[in-house]
Design a protein around this ligand. Structure first.
Ligand SMILES: [Zn+2]
Length: 278
């Protein structure tokens, strides 16, 4: 596999907060380095169900993850497994749900917190965190710059063809403070500024980069149901592919087949979403 791509999922960022507060990403849209679309989450628009759909390309009604309390090893082919079949190397820096969905469940704190498994059929290089004890007062999230650095280290050390990073910081902040307040203005700006220096480095290393969220949040910090605030987020793409017009709505189920097509991996017949990059 010659192609390389990184998927950065910033959990729980409604479209309007990406547009209003991520000045670096928006600046790259204006200067032509990035293309931006609207990304609509599946229903339920709850985190675990969305993670499963983002990577399998099938709806929650098919993969069966009904919410954060129902996490198990999924049965469908996914982005990691298809990249492995095509000979690529995969890595993930993420919440432990990603390891349970796509590698093995239940999550064993010692065995699964960090692994390097070159022969794996799914995730070769995993660095996970569980957020055990998470609540309104204590977020239990790592610093985002540490996560971005860890992904960069995996790329450099193991030559990842596909790397996925997921961070819950803004989702946790949004549940606590809601989305139209000084705390969220600041948190989004910090995220944008922490992420920004990594993007040119990843591009220089030959990676295409997609930055998006799994879902939005409404004015009370809620998501899981229907509605533009809960379901809509932005998707930014840095790379040589050409997508549809700016702000075209992309269905969440289109992401997995599009990533595989960029990497030159085979699309399983379960992934029916239309590829949006050529
Ligand atoms: Zn989420």
């Amino acid at each position: 596999m010659d192609r390389k791509l990184l998927l950065i999922i910033i959990d729980g960022v409604p479209l309007r907060n990406f547009r209003r507060l991520f000045g670096n990403l928006e600046g790259w849209v204006d200067s032509g380095e990035a293309q931006r679309w609207v990304h609509r989450a599946v229903l339920p628009s709850i985190s675990a169900s969305c993670y499963a759909s983002i990577h399998t390309g099938v709806s929650p009604q098919v993969h069966g993850c009904t919410g954060n309390g129902n996490v198990f090893r999924l049965a469908q082919p996914d982005v990691f497994s298809q990249v492995r079949k095509a000979g690529g190397v995969t890595g993930a820096v993420a919440h432990s749900f990603w390891s349970e969905f796509f590698n093995r469940a239940p999550f064993d704190y010692v065995r699964d917190i960090e692994y390097d498994e070159p022969e794996s059929d799914t995730i070769n290089h995993g660095r996970f965190h569980t957020m055990t004890g998470y609540g309104l007062i204590n977020q239990m999230t790592p610093s985002d710059v540490d996560l971005f650095a860890t992904l960069t280290m995996l790329c450099q050390r193991y030559g990842l063809n596909y790397g996925m990073l997921h961070t819950c910081t803004l989702d946790s902040m949004g549940h606590r403070f809601f989305h139209d307040c000084q705390e969220m203005d600041h948190a989004c700006a910090v995220m944008d500024e922490m992420l920004a220096p990594f993007i040119p480095k990843w591009r220089a290393a030959g990676y295409e980069v997609i930055v998006t969220a799994d879902h939005g949040q409404d004015e009370r910090g809620h998501h899981g149901g229907r509605g533009d605030l809960q379901q809509l987020t932005a998707m930014y793409y840095f790379g040589e592919g050409r997508g549809p017009e700016r702000d075209t709505e992309i269905d969440q189920l289109q992401l997995a087949p599009t990533i595989l097509s960029r990497l030159g991996a085979e699309l399983p017949e379960t992934m029916r979403g239309e590829v949006f990059l050529t």
